[in-house]
Design a protein around this ligand. Structure first.
Ligand SMILES: [Zn+2]
Ligand SMILES: [Zn+2]
Length: 261
């Protein structure tokens, strides 16, 4: 658009759409409406992804899952709210809510955030996490959102903790983000480990800060992905020892055990 025509452009837009239309037009100029996923042009400023990428992302979301372990499981296949997979498993948290399964576009977004420094892709994940939180049975009983921490060395090299980004975008009338759970040991990634190795790998890796406020509180751990639940179990045990009354989990994706974490 030629520079001289900007004024006329704005006056035409504002005459047609009013003041909000004018702001929208300015936004369109300042922030190109490019899909964060495929980088094609999109119509809506506030959706972060184009319609096709949202459709791909939603294909990995929803579905019925076990509220105890997060695995895909229909409500009719659960006994006492436990699926067949977790009947005999030790789970240290009270309940879990998840947005989807670790596949397709959801997997792609999680990997891009972590390994391509695409922190801006946390925005669409925050949208689907808020929806999952809204339908969780424990949504009204949370005092703190607690991001699963990275060791400071890994946070420095990545520049951010993806779980902290996700927790920061959660919408809740009273709960706030609490970062008093810390990682005190820089554990190797869980990628190639079997479930028993994963448990050993994270044992003793977390602690709470000295003046933490977890005593008597209901906390909800937040992470991008869980595979064997080893990390969430370890964090939950530490939070319980610190006096937390209830410990819940909210994750974007639940992966099968043979997938990367
Ligand atoms: Zn797209
Ligand atoms: Zn289960």
């Amino acid at each position: 658009m030629a520079f001289l025509s900007l004024d006329r452009f704005f006056s035409r837009q504002s005459a047609r759409k009013g003041f909000s239309g004018l702001l929208e037009s300015v936004n369109h100029l300042l922030w190109p409406t490019i899909c964060l996923g495929c980088r094609s042009r999109k119509d809506d400023l506030d959706t972060f992804l184009c319609a096709d990428c949202w459709r791909d992302l939603m294909a990995a979301c929803g579905g019925d899952y076990c509220p105890r372990c997060g695995r895909q499981a229909s409500r009719y296949s659960r006994i006492d709210n436990r699926c067949g997979d977790c009947q005999d498993r030790l789970i240290a948290f009270d309940a879990i809510a998840r947005a989807g399964v670790y596949s397709g576009a959801l997997r792609q977004i999680i990997l891009s955030i972590k390994f391509q420094d695409r922190g801006e892709l946390a925005e669409p994940l925050i949208r689907i996490l808020n929806a999952s939180l809204g339908s969780a049975a424990f949504a009204d009983s949370i005092d703190y959102f607690v991001p699963v921490p990275l060791h400071w060395r890994r946070r420095l090299s990545r520049g951010f903790n993806q779980s902290r980004l996700l927790a920061g975008g959660l919408v809740h009338p009273t709960a706030t983000v609490n970062t008093d759970l810390v990682r005190i040991r820089n554990t190797p990634t869980q990628w190639s480990l079997d479930p028993a190795q994963r448990r050993r790998n994270v044992r003793g890796a977390f602690a709470v800060r000295k003046n933490h406020k977890f005593s008597g509180k209901r906390v909800c751990m937040v992470d991008d992905i869980t595979t064997s639940n080893a990390t969430l179990n370890e964090c939950a045990a530490v939070l319980r020892r610190a006096g937390a009354e209830k410990v819940y989990a909210l994750v974007a994706a639940v992966a099968m055990q043979d997938r990367d974490e």
